[in-house]
Structure formats: structure tokens, C-alpha cells
Design a protein around this ligand. Structure first.
Ligand SMILES: *[C@@H]1O[C@H](CO)[C@@H](O)[C@H](O)[C@H]1NC(C)=O
Ligand SMILES: *[C@@H]1O[C@H](CO)[C@@H](O)[C@H](O)[C@H]1NC(C)=O
Ligand SMILES: *[C@@H]1O[C@H](CO)[C@@H](O)[C@H](O)[C@H]1NC(C)=O
Ligand SMILES: *[C@@H]1O[C@H](CO)[C@@H](O)[C@H](O)[C@H]1NC(C)=O
Ligand SMILES: *[C@@H]1O[C@H](CO)[C@@H](O)[C@H](O)[C@H]1NC(C)=O
Ligand SMILES: *[C@@H]1O[C@H](CO)[C@@H](O)[C@H](O)[C@H]1NC(C)=O
Ligand SMILES: *[C@@H]1O[C@H](CO)[C@@H](O)[C@H](O)[C@H]1NC(C)=O
Length: 453
């Protein structure tokens, strides 16, 4: 036995029992730690060993480690080292233990909102006894809302409508508070809030407002009508399209439509408007209260029947020469461009001017019938430019008919079609394949209602 080793370990015991703990500070999150320690006299560098797992040689009396596990006890040994990083065996190391905290909750999500409450849930975590929930408003002030905790959920009430909140969820476990997860969300409600009015250049003033639409909206394009207290020079909107046909700028009335899926997912619509000083001071005052908004306005008659338009198709069929049925099939090209072609449109644009001629997303179903000689229907091998929808539960859906929609990302395309196969016993003759576009009506609504559900 080496006499030096005995002295060293005695010294170590003394250090652990006494000064060492106070000489090291650890500040741990769920996956990282920042360590600081009192300088060890004569040390040029420090060798830092973390639970026999990670080690570092550092010049300064502080360092950090990442990639740690949550809720785990770690041991750290800090040894004085010489300029070359070699541990100075004659100097007792500092030893310390710390525990990482619980990981932030995962899958934090909003389950429901009302005008005064928000319901959240997150994934169950076995190591957490309870949770702390804190609510801040848009300007980061902690507000006193009423929080009811479930096992892995919270219901926050006493909130104001049309307000954004930041909600912080922190696990509380045996090792104290864990890391915090945050979600920003808003309460339900609808209306308009004026964000501000500013002075622009050359006598033109500007203002901005946010229109808050109800969070859940029915299927199909959603419309709203804005009435400003006086005509303005110009308006600009975000997350909705201005319906020029139904807007009357001279009367300061604007109809907006959310006709695309991505727009319908945005419950806040941005609005900028520009006016001259003359109009602001002499004609009217623009304030939030003076802007009238009507939500869910219907600009068209209710759809009771659908309009069906036959679309030209080209059928190419091939038969496997070896007459193995698997190789028999064909291709159908649906020539939508022949009926939806805006001849006034700028054909140099990437959508080739066909965009405007098409009905809004949510109103348009493509029905492909396999014809009298193919009552069993076709087997679809590949579909492009459109997406097949299940006709299960659709009122009046025919077995020989397949139903498609053009999804939003397919919208600019006028090239659609499919490859098919067939069972000759129930599909002897494929020459009767037809396609039609169905616009409006209960069947079309049912297809999109099923889609949105
Ligand atoms: C490093 O050591 C010096 C001298 O003891 C001390 O003043 C300083 O606070 C220490 N740094 C840290 C991060 O502990
Ligand atoms: C550090 O390494 C250099 C080069 O190997 C050597 O000359 C020097 O003596 C070493 N210093 C110490 C303190 O061990
Ligand atoms: C939580 O506990 C359940 C039941 O004991 C177990 O099946 C599950 O794997 C645990 N989950 C985690 C993340 O430890
Ligand atoms: C947030 O709360 C603070 C304190 O109650 C309040 O002064 C502030 O106006 C609030 N901010 C918003 C955006 O409501
Ligand atoms: C501003 O108000 C005047 C009447 O006071 C009106 O003639 C003019 O058209 C208004 N300008 C705009 C841009 O609405
Ligand atoms: C649209 O119609 C015009 C005029 O009939 C024709 O020249 C053009 O090729 C058509 N566009 C498409 C995409 O079919
Ligand atoms: C537009 O037309 C050109 C020329 O006919 C064609 O090459 C291009 O693919 C078309 N673009 C779209 C988006 O349909």
C-alpha cells in the first residue's frame, strides 16, 4: 500500500464532509448543468469528471455539461491539473452531487377554448407528482387566473375574450420544480381591435387592426364584412381574400373571404388602412368601436342542388400481351382546363390563368364514373392532381363512381388523372368512363364536411 494514497484519501474524506460542498455550485436544468467552484490554489487547469461518463479539461473555475438525463443524480469530481491538463495527484479534488430536474411536459396542447377559459393537456409523466401552471398576458405580466389541475391537464378560467395568453406548465417532483414548457394561445371571441393609427408621409395616415374571428368555423369558405366609419384611401388584409365583387369601397364596406384551407385555419385577420388627415379630422374618427364587423355573412343563396358539368376525358388502355390480368389497365386524363379556363387571365403567370376560373376550395368534387360496362368500378393505381375521397356515408354515392377533390396544394393544376386496373368479370368495357365536376349542393357539402371532421 502506498502511503501517499492513504494520506490523499483521508484528506478527501475531510473535504467531502466539510468544505467541498460549499466550494461547488451546480445550477441544473433537466438536460444540462452549469458548474462553478472556488479556485484551487496552484491549479493551472481543472479536470472535471461527471459520473464517470463525461469529462472536460478547462482553464477556468466554471464549466457546463449538456446531454444529461432528467431527474437523475450526477456526481462531479473536480481535480486540479497542471498546465498540460495532467491531474495533480497531490491535491485533493472537489466532489459534489446534484440532481437534474424533471423534463418539461411533452405534447402540451390546447384542447378547447371558450371566451373566458382555456383547457390544456400534456403527456403523463410518471416521475411528476403535480404541476404548477402560470398564466401571463400578451405583455408578459403574470395574471391571476383560476387554474383547476387534472392529472395531466389544466383548465384555466376567468380570462378575457379575444386575448392571447402564454401558459407555463412546470412539473413538480421529488427533486423540486422541473423545466417549464410554454404554449401561447388565445381565448375565443370575435370582434375587431384597433392596434394603432400612425402618421405617414405626405398627409397620408395609416392604421392597423386585428379582426378576431370565432375559433371554430363551419365547413366551407368563411366570409366577414367590415364597415369602416368613412371611406379610406386603401386597405390591405392578411389571412383572408378581399371579395371585390361584394365590397363597396366608396361606402367603406369590405367583404373578406377565407376560401383556402390555410386561411380558414387563421382565426385572426390582419388589416391595414390608409386615409388622409382631412378624412380623419373632418369626416370621421376611426376607432375600434366605430369599425363594424359582421361574421359569417352569406353572400350567396343557400345551395340546395349541385351544378354538374361533364369534363372531357382521354382514355388510354393497354392490355398485357401475355394476357396476364395483372398487366391490364389504363390511364384516364381529365381535361379540366377545357372547362376551367379563364381566357382573360395572364397566361404568363405560373398558374396559367386558370386559378380564378375555378370554384373556391370546398365547393368542388370530381366524380368519375366507370360506366355501364364496368359496374364493379375501377381499381386506382395512381392518382394525380386530385385526391380520392371515401364515399362511405355519402348520401347517394354510387358504387361505380369514385369521388375526388383537388386539395389546396393541387389547386393550380389543371392536369389531373389516374392509372387504373380492373376486374374483367365486373368491368368488361371501360369505354364508358366519364368525369364530371360537381359544384355546390348537399352531396358536395357532405364530402367536405367529412373531410373537415
Ligand atoms: C473563480 O475563482 C475566483 C477566485 O477564487 C472567484 O473570485 C470567482 O468567483 C470564481 N469563479 C467562479 C465562477 O466561481
Ligand atoms: C508540459 O508539457 C511540456 C511538453 O511536453 C513539458 O515540457 C512540460 O514540462 C510540461 N509541464 C508540466 C508542468 O508538466
Ligand atoms: C409510466 O408508467 C406506466 C405504468 O407503470 C408505464 O407503462 C409507462 O411506460 C411509464 N412511462 C414512462 C414514460 O416512464
Ligand atoms: C397585462 O397585465 C398588466 C397587469 O395587469 C396590464 O397592465 C397590461 O395592460 C396587460 N396587458 C394586456 C395586453 O392586457
Ligand atoms: C375625404 O373626405 C372628402 C370630403 O370631406 C371626400 O370628398 C373625399 O373623397 C375623402 N377622401 C377619401 C379618400 O375618402
Ligand atoms: C384556354 O383557352 C385559350 C383560348 O381558347 C387557349 O388558347 C388556351 O390554350 C387554354 N388554356 C388551357 C390551359 O387550356
Ligand atoms: C403553364 O403552361 C406552360 C406552357 O403550356 C407549362 O409548361 C406549365 O407547366 C404550365 N404551368 C402550370 C402550373 O400549369
Amino acid at each position: 500500500m502506498n502511503i501517499f494514497a492513504i494520506i490523499s484519501s483521508l484528506f478527501l474524506v475531510a473535504l467531502i464532509g466539510g468544505a467541498s460542498a460549499g466550494n461547488v455550485q451546480a445550477s441544473a436544468t433537466s438536460n444540462a448543468v452549469a458548474l462553478k467552484w472556488k479556485e484551487i490554489p496552484d491549479a493551472e487547469k481543472y479536470h472535471v469528471l461527471l459520473s464517470d461518463d463525461q469529462n472536460q479539461v478547462v482553464d477556468r473555475n466554471e464549466t457546463q455539461f449538456g446531454t444529461l438525463l432528467p431527474n437523475t443524480l450526477y456526481q462531479v469530481i473536480i481535480s486540479a491539473a497542471d498546465v498540460n491538463g495532467t491531474i495533480m495527484a497531490n491535491i485533493a479534488p472537489l466532489e459534489y452531487q446534484f440532481r437534474t430536474v424533471a423534463a418539461p411536459v411533452s405534447n402540451l396542447q390546447v384542447m378547447d377554448v371558450t371566451e373566458s377559459s382555456i383547457q390544456l393537456t400534456w403527456d403523463m409523466d410518471n416521475e411528476t407528482d403535480s404541476y404548477e401552471v402560470m398564466v401571463k398576458n400578451e405583455t408578459d405580466s403574470v395574471i391571476s387566473a383560476s387554474v383547476t389541475l387534472g392529472e395531466h391537464s389544466a383548465s384555466i378560467s376567468g380570462l378575457q375574450g379575444m386575448q392571447f395568453y402564454k401558459i407555463y406548465v412546470t412539473p413538480v417532483g421529488s427533486s423540486g420544480l422541473g423545466d417549464t414548457a410554454m404554449i401561447r394561445t388565445r381565448t375565443d371571441g370575435s370582434g375587431i381591435k384597433l392596434n394603432g393609427v400612425w402618421q405617414g408621409s405626405q398627409g397620408v395616415f395609416g392604421g392597423s387592426a386585428t379582426i378576431f374571428r370565432p375559433i371554430s368555423i363551419p365547413t366551407g369558405p368563411y366570409a366577414m364584412k367590415i364597415h369602416l366609419p368613412c371611406p379610406v384611401l386603401a386597405v390591405k388584409f392578411w389571412n383572408a381574400k378581399l371579395d371585390k365583387k361584394n365590397s363597396v369601397p366608396s361606402d367603406a364596406t369590405y367583404v373578406l373571404r377565407q376560401s383556402k384551407l390555410w386561411q380558414r385555419r387563421k382565426a385572426e385577420i390582419g388589416m391595414n388602412f390608409y386615409f388622409t388627415q382631412e378624412n380623419e379630422t373632418t369626416t370621421c374618427t376611426i376607432s375600434g368601436e366605430d369599425i363594424n364587423v359582421e361574421f359569417g355573412v352569406s353572400m350567396e343563396a343557400a345551395r340546395t342542388t349541385s351544378t354538374n358539368t361533364a369534363v372531357p376525358v382521354i382514355i388510354n388502355e393497354w392490355l398485357d400481351t401475355t394476357e396476364i390480368l395483372v398487366g391490364s389497365g389504363g390511364m384516364v386524363s381529365i381535361l379540366v382546363s377545357e372547362i376551367y379556363n379563364d381566357t382573360n387571365a395572364d397566361m404568363t403567370k405560373p398558374t396559367n390563368g386558370t386559378w380564378n376560373a375555378k370554384p373556391d376550395y370546398g365547393t368542388y368534387v370530381i366524380a368519375v364514373d366507370s360506366g355501364a360496362g364496368c359496374t364493379g368500378g375501377l381499381l386506382f393505381a395512381d392518382v394525380w392532381g386530385m385526391t380520392r375521397k371515401s364515399s362511405e356515408g355519402m348520401p347517394g354515392a354510387l358504387p361505380s363512381t369514385a369521388y375526388f377533390v383537388q386539395d389546396e396544394m393541387q389547386w393550380p393544376s389543371n392536369e389531373m388523372g389516374f392509372l387504373y386496373g380492373y376486374n374483367p368479370e365486373v368491368c368488361e368495357d371501360r369505354s364508358g368512363i366519364t368525369a364530371q365536376i360537381m359544384v355546390g349542393g348537399p352531396f358536395v357539402d357532405a364530402v367536405f364536411a367529412a373531410e373537415d371532421a
